[in-house]
Design a protein around this ligand. Structure first.
Ligand SMILES: [Fe+2]
Length: 182
C-alpha cells in the first residue's frame, strides 16, 4: 500500500484544488474514526483511512463525466491499493458505475465521505464552525432540503448498514473532523 506522503503527492499530481483536498482529508479522518470505532486491526485502520483519502482521486479527470467517476480511479489505483479498496471506491459511486456496495467497508466509505459534505456546509453557517456542533442540529439540517442540497441524505443514512445509528455516526464524524482541524 502507498505511504500517506505518496498519496498526498498523487492527489497534488491529479490537480486537487484546496476544497477537494479538504474533502479528501476529512474523508480520511472520518474513515479512520469509523475503523477505530469497529476496533479493526491497525493495518485495516490504515487501509480505511487511505481509501477515504484517495476515493475521489479521479474527480478532476471525471468531473464532466460522472459515469467514469470511480472507474478512472481504478486505473490510477490498481497496484497501489488492495482490490477491496478499489472496489469500495467504485461502489462509492455505485449509482453511476453500477458497482454495488456490499461490505461494511463499502458502506462506510459511502456514508463517511458523504457526511463530510454535510458537516462542512453546517460549519460554514455557524459562528464557531465545528466547535460545539451537535448531531441534533445536523439532523435538522438533513431535513431541510434546501440546505447543502447536493449532499445525499439517503447515502448518509447508510450508516445503519454498518450498524451505527445516525446519532452516533454523526457524533463520530463531527469529532473526527474537529480533531483534524486542531
Ligand atoms: Fe468524495
Amino acid at each position: 500500500m502507498l505511504e500517506r506522503e505518496d498519496a498526498l503527492k498523487l492527489l497534488a499530481d491529479e490537480n486537487f484544488e484546496p476544497n477537494l483536498m479538504q474533502h479528501a482529508l476529512a474523508s480520511e479522518a472520518v474513515l479512520e474514526a469509523l475503523a477505530r470505532r469497529f476496533e479493526l486491526p491497525e493495518e485495516e485502520v490504515k487501509l480505511w483511512a487511505m481509501t477515504g483519502l484517495l476515493h475521489d482521486v479521479d474527480y478532476p479527470r471525471t468531473k464532466d463525466d460522472p459515469a467514469r467517476h470511480g472507474l478512472e480511479a481504478e486505473a490510477i489505483l490498481t497496484g497501489k491499493l488492495p482490490a477491496e479498496a478499489v472496489y469500495a471506491i467504485k461502489a462509492h459511486n455505485g449509482e453511476c458505475t453500477g458497482v454495488q456496495p456490499e461490505s461494511r467497508f463499502d458502506f462506510a466509505l459511502r456514508c463517511g465521505e458523504t457526511v463530510t459534505g454535510l458537516i462542512s456546509a453546517a460549519a460554514l453557517v455557524r459562528p464557531n464552525g465545528l466547535e460545539g456542533m451537535e448531531p441534533k442540529s445536523l439532523k435538522k439540517k438533513m431535513k431541510d432540503k434546501a440546505f447543502a442540497a447536493s449532499v445525499n441524505r439517503e447515502t448518509i443514512r447508510e450508516c445503519e448498514k454498518i450498524g451505527l445509528e445516525l446519532d452516533e455516526f454523526l457524533r463520530i464524524s463531527i469529532d473526527a473532523m474537529r480533531k483534524m482541524e486542531s
